[in-house]
Design a protein around this ligand. Structure first.
Ligand code: SF4
Ligand code: SF4
Length: 301
């Protein structure tokens, strides 16, 4: 059954697929509780700790978790002010659509197949599942790294009620070269495979409300107006990352936003042009704020 699953995944452009066990993930729970106690979390994290470590609280009949990588690297663009992961069509739509195709395929083979598909916004910790499924190893920057695609990928997973045999995690870590620690604009990479997300530029570009001077200074340190690619771009494991073969991540690319153009755009036009890109979810106002901080532009009168 596992071979059939992998063969089907290949036909829809997914060549990194593995099976994670169903937990509960006690070790992860300890790490998350520690981070919670140190306030090293953001409002974007699932607040219910039990749900993050116990898949059966989401799908009571869960027997295994199918985990897939969705690589998105399409090359470097020196003039970009958007991160690589938002160049193409919103990955939430692409990943869920492909996971649904897998579920339909399994449904055609397995009587009473049950599933729930998630990517990014699910209750569990995507990277941890991919690690358990043997799809990568951790970097000091807390990213998961795959031998073929580096860390430029999304993770999607299918909780399901078929007992696929779990894969094993890889017994290694990154090269520990320290480049990401030195380059991080927020200096929040701790050196123990964790980061303090509160000072991560990627988080700050999506944070609503007024930013403190400390936070604004972090934003100003590089040109991206949404997200942050620095700790991935400097990582030696990403220097030979293969480009994605997923067609949806190779077309309709947007690399750059322009302040004047964005400021003059109606909300309707903004949604029409950019609503299909992941950088648009926080809206025009936040992007304009970031554009002001991340460039030398003067605010128009
Ligand atoms: S994404 Fe940017 S700010 Fe966040 S840890 Fe990496 S380098 Fe630091
Ligand atoms: S830049 Fe170096 S230390 Fe950081 S994740 Fe990559 S290999 Fe590890």
């Amino acid at each position: 059954m596992k071979n059939k699953l992998k063969a089907f995944c290949t036909t829809i452009g997914i060549d990194c697929v593995g099976i994670a066990p169903i937990g509960p993930y006690i070790e992860l729970g300890t790490t998350l509780a520690k981070r919670l106690a140190l306030h090293q979390h953001t409002e974007f994290d699932e607040q219910d700790l039990a749900k993050r470590i116990d898949p059966s609280l989401t799908l009571p009949n869960v027997k295994s978790i199918i985990v897939c990588l969705f690589p998105y690297y399409i090359g470097n663009c020196q003039t970009a002010n958007l991160p690589k992961y938002t160049y193409a069509t919103d990955y939430h739509k692409v990943t869920i659509s492909k996971l649904t195709q897998i579920a339909h395929y399994l449904k055609s083979l397995l009587k009473d197949f049950e599933h729930q598909a998630f990517a990014d916004t699910g209750p569990l910790v995507d990277r941890y599942l991919a690690y358990l499924a043997g799809l990568g190893f951790y970097g000091l920057n807390s990213q998961l790294i795959n031998d073929k695609y580096g860390s430029y990928f999304f993770v999607g997973y299918l909780l399901n009620n078929y007992p696929f045999e779990p894969d094993r995690p890889l017994a290694r870590t990154c090269l520990k070269c320290g480049r990401c620690l030195a380059a991080c604009p927020g200096k929040i990479i701790q050196g123990d495979f964790t980061i303090d997300p509160r000072g991560c530029k990627s988080y700050l570009t999506q944070k609503k409300g007024n930013l403190s001077d400390y936070e604004i200074n972090i934003l100003k340190k590089s040109q991206l107006v949404f997200g942050c690619d620095i700790c991935q771009d400097v990582c030696p494991h990403n220097q030979n990352a293969q480009q994605t073969k997923i067609a949806e991540f190779r077309t309709n690319l947007v690399h750059k936003l322009d302040y004047e153009e964005l400021a003059a755009m109606s909300n309707k036009e903004f949604t029409r042009r950019y609503g299909n890109h992941a950088f648009s979810w926080r809206g025009k106002k936040i992007l304009l704020r970031n554009l002001e901080y991340c460039s030398d532009l003067e605010k128009p009168e």
